[in-house]
Write a protein that binds this ligand. Structure first.
Ligand code: SAM
Ligand code: SF4
Length: 468
């Protein structure tokens, strides 16, 4: 482990742009890189640059097929579902792409009370959610004490006589100090998520005006180092795609993963790939500086999948249902469902509050679940690893030799079965039950089948929250 590199700037802008200053790979170079990718050990920055520099449809198709194989090998046919709870839209920053920016005087602002956060939680539990992401603008009222109380509030909500409760809370908050992370860690958060927006230090200044806390590129870049020091093992990185050259941002995310691996022995738990969406009162969201077209978006998803094979990839409801259904085949392992981006949206329809950006997928949770079943994917609400302490480096040690498969599919099936029993309509239940049967028939860990079947029967008989 290299502790000297902690809290230091690890992005060399010129190095990354220079690596991208090249021609598309020849066929033999491409094949060599993709064969390497199939060994599931990731790729170097030079390899990633080569893949990102191709525009050739046949080459892109080969990259996507490789990503599909890697995804199937490591994650199989399961997809983890979650929903965000926006606790507030007040913000002291002025990011040029976001509706929550402080100069957007048209936005109706609100910070939820603890009672309102409990109402939001109940509304999500009634849809069948078990995992939430707490998220908000940056402001002094959304400080660590407020967030700690919010976390306790969400975990404290019990529905249907204590049967339903949120089992994992991830948080997406502005960068903070090590001591704040310690306090959040004590509240048992899962992953800490924060997007760098752009890793390009020059461009960063354009989008994050001076005088706001967010203007400090370096403080944001090193936030995951502080999170790790504060005891948070699972961290989630991301770049807001559309601000600069997407190829640079992908290279930088790989570099960020390398930095974390080098300093802490474990890369990020997740990578997110938010694409800039239209947002009211946000000039750079109305006139996207470097739009990422659908073809490039699919390619970059596939490249990240094969470059960081063990890192979860998150896609939000920024994307429409067609894009989401495609990308689950090429890399995405976690997806939000039934999301709203304004405070109070689930319990109160967010009456009187403004959203952060326009959604691409407006479907309710059951509709989303139905479409994933139709694609042959098992919707999972699993929180097993985190609750068994399989986090950070321990998780990666298990994931790398493929052992995670022994836990993930059974746990996914248990939580999916719970969903079908408790929340699904007749048609979804029938299709879902057939999918579980098919998954068990195809499952290669045959020695586990009797135990899994026994647990599924127990769930049918009313037992809940079973996991390996
Ligand atoms: N305020 C905190 C921060 O900036 O770190 C918490 C996260 S903010 C509510 C969530 C993320 O939304 C931002 O990091 C940004 O990447 C993304 N975002 C902002 N405006 C967006 C837009 N117009 N379209 C898509 N994503 C956007
Ligand atoms: Fe505030 Fe975050 Fe939006 Fe920037 S992206 S204006 S910090 S909520």
């Amino acid at each position: 482990m290299n502790l000297e590199k902690r809290n230091k700037v690890f992005i060399d802008r010129d190095k990354l742009y220079n690596l991208l200053d090249r021609k598309a790979p020849q066929e033999n170079e491409l094949d060599e890189i993709l064969n390497k990718a199939l060994k599931l050990k990731g790729l170097s920055l030079t390899d990633v640059a080569a893949l990102l520099c191709t525009e050739d449809e046949k080459q892109i198709e080969k990259i996507m097929q490789t990503a599909h194989t890697v995804k199937e090998e490591i994650y199989g046919k399961r997809l983890v579902l979650f929903a965000p709870i926006y606790t507030g839209n007040v913000c002291c920053n002025n990011c040029t792409y976001c509706s929550f920016r402080k100069d957007n005087h048209q936005l109706k602002r609100k910070i939820l009370t603890m009672d309102e956060i409990a109402d939001e939680t109940r509304a999500l539990l009634r849809q069948g959610h078990k995992r939430v992401l707490l998220i908000c603008g940056e402001n002094h009222k959304n400080d660590t004490s407020y967030m700690c109380e919010a976390i306790r509030t969400v975990y404290g909500v019990k529905e249907r006589g204590g049967k339903d409760y949120i089992r994992r809370i991830n948080i997406e908050l502005a960068p903070m100090e090590v001591e704040d992370f310690r306090r959040l860690h004590e509240q048992k958060i899962g992953t800490y998520v924060c997007f760098q927006e752009t890793y390009d230090p020059v461009e960063y200044k354009r989008f994050h005006p001076a005088g706001t806390p967010k203007a400090d590129y370096e403080y944001r870049l090193t936030v995951m180092d502080r999170a790790q020091e504060g005891g948070i093992n699972d961290v989630g990185i991301g770049a807001l795609l559309g601000l600069t050259d997407y190829r640079f941002e992908v290279m930088a995310m790989i570099e960020h993963a390398n930095h974390l691996e080098e300093c802490f022995g474990c890369g990020p738990h997740t990578v997110s790939i938010p694409r800039l969406e239209p947002a009211q009162g946000a000039p750079d969201a109305q006139n996207v500086p470097c739009p990422v077209n659908d073809g490039d978006f699919k390619k970059l998803t596939a490249v990240i999948r094969i470059a960081l094979p063990y890192t979860g990839m998150i896609l939000s409801t920024r994307e429409n249902s067609a894009m989401r259904n495609v990308l689950i085949n090429y890399g995405i392992s976690q997806i939000s469902a039934g999301s709203r981006t304004n405070p109070g949206a689930y319990a109160e329809d967010g009456k009187g509050t403004g959203s952060q950006f326009e959604l691409g997928d407006h479907r309710e949770m059951e509709e989303v679940i139905n479409s994933f079943i139709d694609e042959g994917y098992v919707p999972s609400f699993c929180t097993g690893c985190y609750r068994k302490g399989r986090v950070g480096g321990d998780f990666m040690d298990l994931a790398k030799p493929g052992l995670i498969k022994q836990y993930c599919l059974p746990n996914a099936l248990f939580t999916f079965k719970e969903y079908l029993e408790d929340f699904a309509g007749e048609d979804t239940k029938r299709k879902g039950t057939a999918l579980i049967k098919r998954m068990l028939e195809e499952y290669d860990q045959r020695q586990l089948i009797p135990k899994i079947e026994k647990n599924l029967v127990e769930i049918e008989n009313g037992q809940r929250d079973i996991y390996f």
